[in-house]
Design a protein around this ligand. Structure first.
Ligand SMILES: Cc1cc2nc3c(=O)[nH]c(=O)nc-3n(C[C@H](O)[C@H](O)[C@H](O)COP(=O)(O)OP(=O)(O)OC[C@H]3O[C@@H](n4cnc5c(N)ncnc54)[C@H](O)[C@@H]3O)c2cc1C
Length: 324
């Protein structure tokens, strides 16, 4: 038993880009155990998604097609992932540590009586196979071993680069028993539609905090984000105050992002916020308080009133032709 099975993340028939850093983890894991990387695509029509995954550095793509996969439910995914894991002798089964991954992967672990690592940041094989994962909002990094023969891993995707594009791997369909349930019904999926990129995919994230004092103040952040083609985020205090929608929240109980540029505006930098953004490549903080902890993680800090600096920045960027 020495292969890695990576499950492609699919939502509403679309491949999610979180699959690509997860494949990078899978490759590291396969190198660590001396095995191959198999990617699994579960969909009612796997064609295009399987083609896309095949070019991302896996050894083989396995497809399981069934009408039940048109919409995701953990009840149908988990037993099928467990079946395929057995078929390919997977020692490691992994997927992104997203809400979807957090939903079905523990059920796969239960089905295979396997131990599970959540939010894995890496994998190494010295004397034993080990994974690192963050605890306490990322202020402590724990090293864990899993002693069961099969190991289930949810991957913290912000710690891995996207797997590079290359030659297409073979694609093979697998036979699986798709369970049906009388007591589970998919009622619908409501997706927030936005012209902006997904927060977790965006190269630039402009994020606002409670210091902005109103929902209207986020307009200037949205303008700045649009100039960069970026996404808008928020602290939990801003969300709880009703200044920003829930799905903008970044941090321990929100989304984890690691863009090229993260601009924190009127955010103090509480540890629970930092755990969702400190992996960003370049951090800019704008805050009136020079002692604000956000400056400890910022590459550039501006001690200034956001209401002065952001409109001025927007005007200057427009004059420079940014966003044209
Ligand atoms: C279990 C738990 C989970 C949590 N999860 C999260 C999470 O996921 N995400 C998260 O963000 N928080 C989370 N929190 C809350 C966190 O502890 C902080 O309360 C929150 O991050 C503070 O948000 P803030 O920085 O916007 O507000 P504040 O801490 O109030 O900071 C506002 C900042 O704005 C600055 N400011 C004020 N006016 C201006 C101005 N005009 N221009 C520039 N700067 C200005 C102030 O100097 C201050 O630094 C969690 C807390 C707990 C207990």
């Amino acid at each position: 038993m020495s292969n890695v099975l990576v499950v492609a993340e699919i939502q509403a028939g679309k491949l999610r880009s979180s699959t690509f850093p997860t494949i990078s983890f899978a490759r590291d894991a396969a190198d660590a155990i001396g095995g191959e990387v198999y990617a699994l695509v579960l969909d009612d029509d796997a064609g295009d998604i399987a083609d896309a995954v095949a070019k991302r550095g896996v050894d083989k793509v396995l497809t399981a097609e069934a009408p039940e996969f048109e919409t995701y439910t953990a009840e149908t995914w988990a037993p099928v992932v467990a079946q395929v894991a057995k078929q390919v002798d997977a020692e490691i089964v992994c997927g992104p540590a997203s809400s979807q991954g957090s939903d079905y992967l523990p059920r796969v672990a239960q089905a295979l009586e396997a131990g599970m690592v959540t939010n894995a940041m890496d994998v190494t094989n010295g004397d034993t196979l080990r994974f690192r994962r963050p605890i306490w909002s990322g202020s402590v990094i724990k090293t864990v071993e899993v002693t069961t023969p099969t190991k289930i891993v949810s991957v913290r995707t912000t710690d891995f680069d996207d797997s590079p594009e290359g030659d297409a791997a073979p694609i093979e369909s697998v036979d699986v028993d798709v369970p049906t349930f009388d007591n589970v019904e998919h009622l619908g999926l409501e997706l927030v539609k936005s012209e902006r990129p997904e927060l977790t995919d965006a190269d630039v994230v402009i994020s606002g905090g409670r210091g902005l004092k109103s929902a209207e103040a986020f307009d200037m952040l949205e303008e700045l984000a649009d100039l960069f083609g970026g996404a808008v985020g928020a602290s939990r205090a801003a969300v709880d105050s009703g200044y920003a929608p829930n799905d903008w929240q970044i941090g321990q109980t929100g989304k984890v992002v690691a863009p090229e540029l993260y601009v924190a505006i009127a955010i103090s930098g509480a540890i629970q916020h930092l755990s969702g953004m400190k992996g960003s490549k370049f951090i800019v903080a704008i805050n009136t308080d020079p002692e604000a902890p956000i400056f400890d993680v910022a590459d550039y800090g501006l001690v200034q009133d956001a209401f002065e600096v952001v409109p001025e920045l927007n005007e200057k960027l427009k004059k420079l032709g940014v966003g044209d």
